[in-house]
Design a protein around this ligand. Structure first.
Ligand code: NAP
Length: 260
């Protein structure tokens, strides 16, 4: 690999500064931030890991806030996956290539109006919403922020302490944060949690009932991130209810990002 060309052209080698393991398969890691690196909360970076031949590159949503002096990411170890097989053992001091440009359109400024921002996620699709909630922009733009995190097992509710702390410590006059957790494969759920898929909770009305706010074309703006099938199925449900995706020239009510 020609590292000099990478460093001066499109990517720069950053250093891992911390790793946090949530479960055997789920972990977050922080790296140093390239000088002058710009991103909007909700965007993703492209990371590269060196192999004996060419580096492998993957898109990773950034979970840190735009004004943090480091970059943070949330990852799952994909069984047999070429990239996460290399990534899963990273430790502070290791190097990781970071493209100098950020990517993605799932940002709160995509919506020109609206009262509530719904952030619907499965698994590691939570990542971009952690960054959005760590940034003041959405808190000023909307009256309600609704974060929905759906996982298979309760131990996969990563970042929950940080999210509940944001909810508790939010300043007067900013949006109210609602957090809904649902674990689909637990026999019993802790009180306050739901136990169905996002799609079922939308179809049976349980999600809106839990939050106490209806989803409407006039006031709801929605972001979807995670399992591609969840996104496809949810798009269909929203469509039937009259909501439309945001397009370049046409205002809509939802934006989506497949996580893999
Ligand atoms: P997942 O299968 O995405 O499940 C997470 C949650 O989404 C579960 O509660 C699941 O419900 C629900 N869900 C699944 N399909 C849905 C659908 N069509 N509609 C609505 N909800 C749906 O689990 P995961 O642990 O996040 O990831 C699953 C696999 O994908 C793992 O093997 C992981 O390695 C891989 N993955 C790959 C990447 C990548 O970058 N390549 C990234 C993330 C995950 P149920 O329990 O009912 O299924």
């Amino acid at each position: 690999m020609n590292t000099e060309a990478l460093a001066t052209d499109k990517a720069i080698r950053e250093t891992v500064i911390a790793v946090h393991r949530w479960t055997d398969d789920l972990f977050s890691f922080k790296t140093t931030r390239p000088q002058g690196y710009q991103f909007t909360a909700g965007q993703y970076a492209r990371l590269g890991l060196a192999t004996d031949s060419d580096p492998i590159w993957r898109a990773y949503s950034i979970t840190s806030a735009p004004d943090d002096d480091y970059l943070e990411y949330y990852s799952v170890t994909v069984p047999g996956g070429a990239f996460t097989t290399l990534l899963k053992d990273i430790k502070p001091g290791d190097g990781i290539w970071t493209e100098k440009q950020s990517y993605g359109f799932m940002t709160a400024d995509r919506f020109s109006d609206g009262d509530e921002l719904w952030m619907l996620s499965t698994g590691t699709g939570l990542g971009p919403f952690v960054s959005i909630l760590r940034d003041p922009m959405a808190w000023k733009k909307f009256r309600h922020l609704v974060l929905v995190h759906c996982v298979r097992h309760a131990k996969e509710f990563a970042y929950q302490d940080q999210l509940f702390a944001l909810q508790k410590n939010s300043p007067e006059g900013l949006a109210k944060l609602h957090i809904v957790q649902s674990a689909t494969r637990e026999t019993e759920n802790r009180s306050g949690r739901l136990s169905g898929r996002i799609t079922s909770l939308l179809e049976n009305g349980e999600l809106e009932k839990k939050v106490g706010i209806p989803i409407t074309t006039a006031s709801s703006r929605i972001m979807l991130c995670g399992n591609p099938e969840m996104i496809e199925d949810t798009r269909r449900i929203l469509h039937l209810r009259g909501l439309r995706p945001c397009r370049r020239a046409l205002p809509g009510q939802f934006v989506t990002e497949n996580y893999w």
